[in-house]
Design a protein around this ligand. Structure first.
Ligand code: NDP
Ligand SMILES: O=C(O)C1=N[C@H](C(=O)O)C[C@H](O)C1
Length: 266
């Protein structure tokens, strides 16, 4: 397999740090550089312990992609920054692999159009953990038999977006096979705003944020005299890295946008 030149945006973050280690440790990946908000001009192993790579740190994405001649940009930042990064990368002939969550439908449409105009692949995966993808697929299967569904996603309390990208993706996948439905009593009324959570086509999504958690989701299905629970837990961010690796490999073969890891692991 040809070597893939990778740039990581957000290398000091919880996910970015793991992606850097993945790029350092994967024999057919070359960590060509990282994009940080600070420390421009320094080397990665000079500013943070635990990195072996002396990859250059950039604060300007265009300069970074131009000088490194990167093949793939892995973005693990924030939605606004991630969107800007993905567009810039495509404009410069670099394929984005985006784990950043919080993208809108309009963002996805815009990137899809740009990706097709440029003939370059993009992968946007709200969750890179294979177990989480299976949870979403199993939930989609179960929705045929149990159309009353509540999603409870639980994350660490430093998470910026709610609901999680995984929660939204799960509701989208279920909505693709389930009619829109108002759940609960037709006359139910919240006496405390937010008590019933967010609603996506009638599917309720509840977001829990607590220190000690990493990334967890339970999809609850209710039927006559029975319930079904489908649950996934990420206890360590290493759980996401096989999906990041696969995405970097697959994006090199794509000429359009793929939204969701389920579309490349099948
Ligand atoms: N798809 C998946 O499987 C997963 C996705 N995620 C998503 O990944 C994203 C990052 O999560 P996480 O690592 O926990 O978050 P962190 O806050 O730990 O990391 C985000 C990093 O992005 C950096 N950043 C922000 N803005 C910029 C910018 N303009 N230029 C360069 N770097 C920037 C921050 O830098 P600074 O330190 O200076 O603020 C920070 O280091 C989130 O959207 C999260 O939902 C998380 C886990 C799994
Ligand atoms: O911020 C996180 O931590 C995570 N974000 C992603 C999401 O929003 O679904 C993926 C995973 O749940 C961890």
């Amino acid at each position: 397999m040809d070597s893939i030149k990778v740039v990581v945006a957000g290398p000091r973050g919880r996910m970015g740090r793991e992606a850097v280690i993945l790029a350092e440790e994967t024999s057919h990946f070359e960590l060509a550089g990282v994009l940080d908000r600070k420390n421009g001009g320094e080397k990665l192993n000079e500013i943070a312990e635990g990195f072996s790579s002396s990859a250059p740190i950039y604060t300007d994405l265009k300069e970074c992609l131009f000088e490194t001649k990167a093949d793939v940009l892995i973005d693990l930042t924030t939605p606004e920054t991630g969107m800007l990064h993905a567009k810039t990368a495509l404009e410069m002939g670099v394929r984005p692999v985006v784990g950043t969550t919080g993208f809108t439908e309009d963002n996805l449409k815009e990137l899809q159009e740009l990706s097709e105009a440029k003939g370059l692949g993009v992968i946007i995966a709200p969750n890179f953990a294979v177990g989480a993808v299976l949870m979403m697929k199993f939930s989609q299967m179960a929705a045929k038999y149990f159309p009353d569904i509540e999603i409870i996603e639980q994350h660490h309390d430093q998470k910026l977006d709610a609901p999680s990208g995984t929660g939204v993706k799960t509701a989208e996948m279920i909505s693709a096979v389930r009619e829109e439905k108002k759940q609960g009593h037709p006359n139910e009324k919240e006496t405390l705003a937010g008590a019933r959570g967010a609603s996506y086509n009638g599917i309720r999504i509840h977001s829990v944020r607590l220190p000690g958690l990493v990334a967890h989701q339970e999809v609850l299905f209710g039927g006559e005299g029975q319930t079904l629970k489908i649950r996934h837990d990420s206890y360590d961010r290493k759980s996401f890295m096989s999906g990041v690796k696969l995405s970097c490999e697959q994006v090199m073969k794509l000429d359009t946008l793929v939204y969701g890891l389920e579309n490349i692991i099948e």
